[in-house]
Design a protein around this ligand. Sequence first.
Ligand code: PEP
Ligand code: MN
Length: 309
Amino acid sequence: MSAAQTMKGNRRRLVERSGHDERTLVRVGDVAIGGRELVVIAGPCAVEDKEQIFTVAERVARAGAQGLRGGAFKPRTSPYSFQGLGEEGLKLLRRAADAHGLFVVTEVLEPAQVELVAEYADILQIGARNMQNYALLRAVGRSEKPVLLKRGLAATVEEWLWAAEHVLAEGNPNVVLCERGIRTFEREHARFSLDLTSIPTLKRLTHLPVLVDPSHAAGAREKVPPLALAGIAAGADGLIVEVHPQPEKALSDGEQALTPEGFARLMEALGRVAWAVGRRAPAPQSSGTEREREARHGDGVGVRGRVAA
Ligand code: PEP
Ligand code: MN
């Protein structure tokens, strides 16, 4: 056992890879996160209105996303910024996702909200600012719903794994880790620095799946695709990406939101990078027969719902 794995004689019993022959597959409906097929979750930073969320859901589903993201309860730096639509946002998100066969990922900010958010969401997101909110980690640990645990803004990989251990220790084994960039001295050219090293590190240390959020690291639309592809090349199990139908009008994080067209282009490129690293990218809808797709991508683009070996 390395010194890093211990904390005053304590040891992470549940998130460590040792003792686990198998990698954890986190299942959401007919999608499995952590298998050979990559999982892509896309959508706006925040749910703003019906038109916005239904448009995004339709466009990202068509491009191949399996999950819809969107905040209804937003953690904002300023108390005067848009804080989200609350339960109304959750309802819209659920309806838009159901209309297009997507699962729902949305953030829960406090323990008292877990029950409400879990009524509408398929995956409970713990935001970077709450990664060490142990009361919240325990509350989602008692939920039946899978948890997407973002890395804290200034958290080490060790602290992040301990945070995951809290969720597992409460009885919830379905945790997906999400690298979203950390605070470094670089502030001008990146909102946060995407720590690509964490991906192979986590693959060695834990059996839990790992996603990359290139949007919050990049802070700027044009940097999102290269970071997304680099994350997949480094071994991530999928992506969570911000997409907005009119980024210039977004109520939060518009500068980093891809347009639906930009997202579709990223999904095309993802197919090629996935193939290069022995993974499958989710297939766009109405992109021809499975045979045509296989012809285009060599060993075949993943088919929605098929669980990878
Ligand atoms: C978000 O996903 O919109 C978000 C607030 O992310 P993070 O917690 O990583 O900043
Ligand atoms: Mn955001």
